[in-house]
Design a protein around this ligand. Sequence first.
Ligand code: ZN
Length: 313
Amino acid sequence: MGRNKTLFIALFSAALNTLSANIPNWNYSLDSITPWVTSTDLASLPESKIRGTIDSLARIIPRDERVSLSTYLLTHHPVYNTNWGPEGNLFPEVCEFTSTDTFQFTLLEGSESFYFNYFGSFNWGYGPRWGRMHRGWDLGLNVGDTLKSSFNGVVRYAEYNEGGYGNCVVVRHLNGLETLYAHMSELNCKRGDFVLAGESLGLGGSTGRSTGPHLHWEWRFHCQSFDAMLAIDTSSFALRSDVLTLTKKDLTDPPEYQIKKTAKSKSVYHTVKSGETLSSIARKYKTSVSKLTKLNRLRDANKLKIGQRIRVK
Ligand SMILES: [Zn+2]
């Protein structure tokens, strides 16, 4: 602990030295503060220094003593104090993209790093698969392989998901992006934990809708998944750049998936005219009386009124 504290002071001083002179003093005391820094201390940091400082601090504060870091982020940081959602809600964000929106993210700042969970096989990429969107990458592994956070962030979700993800972790990073890790055999993090890139989230497995051990790994922004290929070079599995720009197109599902979705859910209506019966309307729209009765929850199929609007598809 003595060595840790000395290192802490050195790094902390370095962080302080990078601040401009008019930033208020950090009222910290190594003896009285557990774990050493309060969220109020962090609140006096300028935006441009937050990520670098948090990274430096997290590297010397033991993982289970980083409450001040996550408390600070959850109460002060715009990325964390909006759309955080209640426990158990996998995707609480609201999708509010307009066609001209582009979003820029700094993937790495200061001493931050990136970790790629790779165990030798890249099984599937992002995109439509078997009639539905496959919203991540499938990376082959052995049950029990350690899965680590790709970037620094706070764990937002860490539980068993009934929707098919199995044991699943979602980490929200300091730039607003989220990464999701699914089908794990074991979780060893909890909601609210601050994790550094490369720190363990749990063990690989095949829980949920999975046919064999693998990591299903998603990248997300607000409610929308996107292809990690935009950020990662698949030949080296390294980041293409420290900055990622996403356009509305990157955050929109491929057209073939959209067409299918639209066709399925598109409703057609008919206004009943004089002389029409349910069976004549059914013939006109190449459907059946029973389908129309069901679709419109009609109790008495003979009681159609002129001008009544009924759903035919
Ligand atoms: Zn998958």
